[in-house]
Design a protein around this ligand. Structure first.
Ligand SMILES: [Zn+2]
Length: 199
């Protein structure tokens, strides 16, 4: 009887060990590698010059464009999810930064992070709810998701003083926040490369 019991115990230890080594560790390793890769791709596309502290876009033809002008956080609040962190069940890795209001209230005004032209203002099935996309030139675009209301239209020229919409929770959102994303060549990059401090 006791030898049968110890057999089951040993079998359970072996099965648990297999589960950890063959299933859990590879998933953790994959998440760490893809997260690392995501930031590495971001760094290949855009970086900050260590001497001049200017944001530099690395063009596909090998040249570098220095980005100048005002850059601001689109809203003030608390970062609830950073770029590149796992974001189940919506995204394997988060393509932007989520900024939530500390008191969770809706309706805070959202500003463009830098000047540009509005290329999308509406709501579709992307999960971003009511959102705005701005073209900043130099192959840089930015997206502001989950708005409670839109306050701009396609073709509008906007700068950091303009209000393009209001914080909300439309689309795939579990509370009022702004999903703030910057793309370079259509590829999500870390907004923190462009902006210092915290929102
Ligand atoms: Zn988000």
């Amino acid at each position: 009887m006791s030898s049968l019991f110890s057999f089951w115990l040993e079998l359970r230890i072996i099965l648990i060990t297999f589960f950890i080594v063959l299933i859990v560790l590879p998933i953790l390793a994959m998440l760490m590698l893809t997260n690392f890769g995501f930031q590495a791709v971001s760094d290949k596309l855009v970086s900050v010059n260590p001497k001049t502290h200017t944001v530099e876009i690395h063009n596909l033809n090998g040249t570098i464009t220095m980005i100048t002008g005002d850059m601001v956080w689109p809203v003030s609040g608390v970062v609830t999810l950073e770029f590149g962190q796992p974001d189940p069940p919506y995204q394997p890795l988060h393509t932007g930064i989520d900024i939530a209001n500390p008191v969770g209230k809706q309706g805070d005004p959202i500003h463009p992070f830098m000047k540009g032209t509005v290329i999308y203002s509406g709501e579709d099935l992307s999960g971003y709810g009511k959102h705005v996309i701005i073209d900043h030139g130099h192959n840089i675009t930015s997206l502001y998701g989950h708005m409670s209301a839109l306050n701009t239209k396609v073709g509008a020229t906007v700068n950091t003083n303009n209000v393009i919409g209001y914080e909300g929770e439309t689309g795939n959102a579990t509370g009022p926040h702004v999903h703030f994303q910057i793309n370079v060549y259509g590829i999500p990059v870390n907004p923190r490369t462009f902006l210092t401090g915290n929102p």
